[in-house]
Write a protein that binds this ligand. Structure first.
Ligand code: FBP
Length: 282
C-alpha cells in the first residue's frame, strides 16, 4: 500500500507542474461519460498510468478517462480506480481542481474499498490520505516532499452547504430541504469542483455536499468508482456519513465501471436531515 501512496505523491508533483505550464485548452476527445476532455485530463491520465505501471502491488487500474480497466500485475493485491483531474473544466478559469484515488481489494464494490487519497491543486498542493484515520499533508514544493499537517475529523454538525446539480431539475422536496438549510443560517460553498468543495467542508469541520438524482439525471452525475466511493470512505473515517439518499454509499455495487450515483456527504446532523426528508418520499 505504501508503494501506491508514494506513486500517488509522484503523480501529484508531476500533475501540479503540468497544470502550471501545459496547455489548458480542450482536447479533440471525449471520455466514457461523454465529457469533452481537456488536454490536462489526458496528460494527467498518462502520468498516473506510467507511475502505477511501476508498482508491483497493483493488480489492475481503471481511469475515469478510459473506457476499460487495464491489468498490470497478475500477483498484485490491489485494484485502483482514479479520476486523474476532477473539475478539469475549472482549469481555464484558474480555480482549484483535484485528483481522486480509490484503492480496492478483490473488486470495485463500495464494500471493498480499503483506502482513499485525494490531492487538491490550489494555492497550495495538499493531499488527504484515508486509511485507519484521515491525514492531511502539504507539498513542500522546494523539497518535493509531502509534509504531515494534522489528522482530520468532522464535527457532529456543520454550517456549510454545497448543493450540486441543475436547480431547475431538482425534485421539489430536495429544493425545499436545501432552502431550509439556508433558512437555518447555513452558508453556500460550491465551486463546481468536487475535490475543493468536499475538502472545504471536511477542513471546516462539517456541513453537507449534495449531488442528488434529479429530473434530468435520476442517477446523479458523479461516478461511483472514481469520485463517490473514495470520498464516502474519507468522510466515514473522519466521523461523518455518506449516503445515496437512503443507503450507505459504500454498500453499493456498480454494474458498470462508469456508473453514477446520487450522493450526499456530510456530518451526522445534516445527513440525518437528508434521510428524514428522503425517507418520506419512498
Ligand atoms: P469531472 O471534471 O471529473 O467530470 O467532475 C465532475 C464535476 O466537475 C465535479 O467536480 C463537480 O462536483 C461536478 O462535476 C459539477 O457539476 P455541475 O456543473 O453539474 O454542478
Amino acid at each position: 500500500m505504501t508503494d501506491i501512496i508514494n506513486a500517488i505523491k509522484k503523480c501529484a508533483i508531476r500533475i501540479n507542474e503540468a497544470i502550471k505550464y501545459e496547455d489548458t485548452s480542450k482536447a479533440e476527445s471525449e471520455n466514457k461519460s461523454g465529457d469533452i476532455q481537456v488536454k490536462l485530463d489526458v496528460i494527467s491520465d498518462d502520468i498516473i498510468e506510467e507511475e502505477f505501471s511501476k508498482v508491483a502491488d497493483i493488480k489492475e487500474i481503471v481511469s475515469e478517462e478510459k473506457e476499460d480497466a487495464l491489468k498490470l500485475n497478475e500477483n498484485g493485491k490491489y485494484f485502483v480506480a482514479y479520476d486523474p483531474l476532477d473539475g478539469s473544466s475549472l482549469i481555464d478559469v484558474n480555480l482549484s481542481v483535484g485528483s481522486i484515488f480509490g484503492i480496492y481489494k478483490n473488486s470495485y464494490d463500495g464494500a471493498n474499498i480499503v483506502a482513499a487519497v485525494y490531492v487538491v491543486y490550489g494555492p497550495r498542493v495538499e493531499m488527504v490520505v484515508a486509511r485507519d484515520v484521515v491525514e492531511l499533508f502539504k507539498l513542500d514544493e522546494k523539497k518535493g516532499e509531502f509534509i504531515f499537517q494534522k489528522e482530520l475529523k468532522l464535527n457532529e454538525k456543520g454550517n456549510l452547504v454545497g448543493p450540486g446539480g441543475t436547480q431547475k431539475e431538482w425534485y421539489s422536496f430536495h429544493k425545499e430541504m436545501i432552502d431550509n438549510f439556508f433558512k437555518d443560517g447555513y452558508r453556500l460553498r460550491y465551486s463546481g469542483g468536487m475535490v475543493p468543495d468536499l475538502h472545504q467542508i471536511l477542513l471546516k469541520g462539517g456541513g453537507l455536499f449534495a449531488y442528488p438524482g434529479a429530473n434530468d439525471k435520476p442517477n446523479g452525475k458523479l461516478r461511483m468508482l472514481f469520485e463517490v466511493f473514495p470520498f464516502a470512505y474519507v468522510y466515514k473515517i473522519a466521523g461523518g456519513l455518506a449516503i445515496d439518499g437512503s443507503d450507505d454509499l459504500l454498500s453499493l455495487s456498480p454494474k458498470h465501471l462508469h456508473d453514477t450515483a446520487p450522493c450526499f456527504f456530510g456530518s451526522d446532523y445534516e445527513i440525518q436531515k437528508v434521510l428524514e426528508v428522503y425517507s418520506k418520499r419512498k
